[in-house]
Ligand binder design. Structure first.
Ligand code: PBG
Length: 323
């Protein structure tokens, strides 16, 4: 035998030296849930370790994360039922919870990068990412709302807006609205290949944003498809996206790789709530070593080709690095 691959696995120094993929805190965006009130820190039942924060405690949490080396955040608002309506008017209220939170975060932590969510569902009385009429999700009418939402978020201080709605033409529309209003420096992270997935369950619990009727299959992608991700990627790129995202991550590593191989834009992957919840649940039962699985799965997302990982594990990974 003149070829013995095990030679490169003999010592830790050599293993580390030949390691092809490594994670860095530069790679992470940490999602955060915001609610109204004061001194609130309510754990999401299906996501141990993840809380819903009022703005005051959110700032404390970001402070802790920044100290740990987390540099970028993706906040999501939980909107009280009385502010929800069919056209999500609260989503473009400049004094609403979300713009207020963005302004406070940027005032206190100007150095962090904020990737803010654009979608109607947290503000929609139908729990959908678009305007619903007779059970149908209206595309072009929804774009108007998304554009207004993007503008309010940019005015509040968002670095990058991240449309997670999957309406056709939204990247181009949002780019136009931002540019017309002087926000050419605000970037767009497109949820390019966002699949209709059961892995979003815990997130919808956290924000109380599940669809009241029907499902999201007429706008989110069929999980059986990968070539369709290239169609979405072409459009988002042509319309002006600065980043492409694949979501969820772990059952979609092939899609991450596909976009990586076919695009020169930064590729992000969203390691979603259900993926987090499964690891936590199995860890709590003592069935797997949650910390090892965290590092292994995050590494696999990077190995597949993601430059950026949105993950509820971002803070815990930063804590793990400090051990
Ligand atoms: C909705 C949105 C969802 C997530 C992010 N934005 C849920 C959905 O599409 O129903 C899910 C994130 C997660 O599960 O962690 N615009």
């Amino acid at each position: 035998m003149n070829r013995r691959p095990r030679r490169n696995r003999q010592t830790e120094v050599i293993r580390n030296m030949v390691q092809e993929t490594s994670l860095s805190l530069n790679d992470f965006i940490y999602p955060l849930f915001i609610i109204e009130g004061q001194n609130q820190r309510i754990e999401v039942k299906s996501m141990p370790g993840i809380n819903r924060f009022s703005i005051d405690t959110l700032l404390e949490e970001i402070h802790t994360c920044v100290e740990l080396g987390v540099k970028a955040f993706a906040p999501f608002p939980g909107i009280a039922e009385q502010y929800k309506d069919k056209t999500a008017t609260e989503s473009w209220n400049p004094d609403g919870l979300f713009p207020r939170a963005i302004r406070e975060i940027k005032k206190n932590f100007p150095q962090v990068a904020l990737f803010t969510d654009i979608a109607m569902d947290p503000y929609s009385s139908d729990g959908h990412d678009g305007i619903v009429e007779n059970g149908e999700i209206l595309n072009d009418e929804t774009l108007e709302v998304l554009g207004k939402m993007a503008l309010v978020q940019a005015q509040a201080g968002a670095d990058v807006v991240a449309p997670s709605d999957m309406m056709d033409g939204r990247i181009g529309h949002i780019r136009r609205v931002l540019d017309e209003n002087g926000f050419h420096k605000v970037g767009i992270m497109a949820y390019t290949a966002k699949y209709a997935s059961a892995f979003y369950g815990p997130f919808r619990d956290a924000l109380d944003s599940a669809p009241k009727a029907g499902d999201k299959k007429t706008y989110q992608m069929n999980y059986a498809n990968s070539r369709e991700a290239l169609v979405e990627a072409e459009l988002d790129t042509a319309e002006g996206a600065d980043y492409l995202m694949v979501k969820p991550a772990l059952s979609y590593l092939d899609v991450i790789k596909l976009l990586r191989d076919n695009s020169n834009l930064p590729i992000a992957a969203y390691n979603v709530s259900g993926e987090y919840a499964m690891v936590k649940a199995a860890d709590q039962k003592g069935w797997v070593d949650g910390e090892k699985i965290m590092v292994e799965t995050l590494t696999s997302i990077k190995r597949a080709g993601a430059d950026i990982i949105l993950s509820y594990f971002a803070k815990e990974y930063a804590q793990y690095l400090k051990k």
